[in-house]
Design a binder for this molecule. Structure first.
Ligand code: CP
Length: 302
């Protein structure tokens, strides 16, 4: 197992399989709790807003019997006085047994891992990577379909800045899948990800209109992320590009709809009660998957 979880590209397929198997074992403990990580402390350093990732890491650590220290608002920390990321991490590694970090700068988690002797988990570094989101996405798909191989997965929305779809595309390339990439021209999947799909012989189509969607097993929708756009005009042009509601859902057949959340307007609330909606189940799977990641990095399971 890796010392840190920084990029899904650092993973071998066997690492992913091990985490997915352990997450299944963690399911009962995610309800009852355990003392597997009793006495261990997780540092939670969130330089950017988060609901699911931060709080599911906290819940996961507590369900393992450990505890959490950290911040979600740098205004209350010495970052406000100009302390560097490296110095902040150098402190927290002395106060805890593992660090989970979200920071808007691409490469920030890698930098933290270089400074820290305790394991570092990337909870999102700018538009780059969000590896534990990917692990819970894979876990959710496999739980729903009983397999990953043989599926067609569509990724919809902001494929340019969306770190979740970057990580997921890399991970799915280890399996026998086909991809459909649906985005406005301005928000196409970055060339380096496309290059990787080609190098790994993953069949993919790029389309722009939801109406042109072929039959797929999963639609992985994403939010058009206002906070990532340097040019507000570009955001205005694309923000309402796609909306899944009862009427557009008819184009998607039985496809399961996933979304890393938060959603804004891209999935209507009326979809929540349809058999297609998988996104809240997906978010819930964050607990056993993050318990598995923490347990492995902390060395509290074999
Ligand atoms: N999926 C996800 O990263 O959600 P948060 O931004 O709420 O953590």
């Amino acid at each position: 197992m890796l010392h840190d979880v920084i990029s899904i590209r650092d993973f071998e397929k066997q690492d992913i399989e091990r985490i997915l198997a352990l997450a299944e074992d963690m399911e009962p403990l995610a309800r009852t709790g355990s003392d597997l990580a009793k006495g261990k402390i997780l540092s939670s350093l969130f330089f950017e807003p988060s609901t699911r990732t931060m709080l599911s890491f906290h819940a996961a650590m507590e369900r393992l019997g450990g505890s959490v220290i950290g911040f979600s608002d740098t205004d209350t920390t010495s970052v406000k006085k100009g302390e560097t990321l490296a110095d902040t991490v150098a402190m927290m590694e002395r106060y805890s047994d593992a660090i989970v970090i979200r920071n808007p700068l691409e490469g920030s988690a890698r930098l933290a891992a270089e400074v820290s002797r305790v394991p570092v988990i990337n909870a999102g570094d700018g538009s780059n990577q969000h590896p534990t989101q990917t692990l819970l996405d894979l876990y959710t798909i496999r739980k729903e379909f009983g397999r990953l191989d043989g599926l067609t997965v569509a990724m919809l929305g902001d494929l340019k800045y969306g770190r979740t779809v970057h990580s997921l595309a890399y991970a799915l390339s280890m399996y026998d899948v086909s991809l459909v990439l649906v985005s406005p021209t301005e928000l196409r999947m970055p060339p380096e990800v496309i290059r990787h799909l080609e190098e790994t012989s993953v069949p993919y189509d790029e389309i722009m209109r939801l109406e042109d969607m072929p039959p797929v097993d999963v639609v992985y929708a994403t939010r058009i992320q206002k906070e990532r756009f340097a040019d507000p005009n570009e955001y205005e042009k694309t923000k309402d590009a796609y909306r899944i509601d009862r009427s557009t859902l008819t184009l998607l057949g039985d496809a399961k709809i996933m979304h890393p959340l938060p959603r804004v307007s891209e999935i209507a609330k009326e979809v929540d009660t349809t058999p297609n909606a998988l996104y809240f189940t997906q978010a819930g799977n964050g607990i056993p998957v993050r318990m598995a990641v923490l347990a492995l990095l902390l060395g509290v399971v074999a």
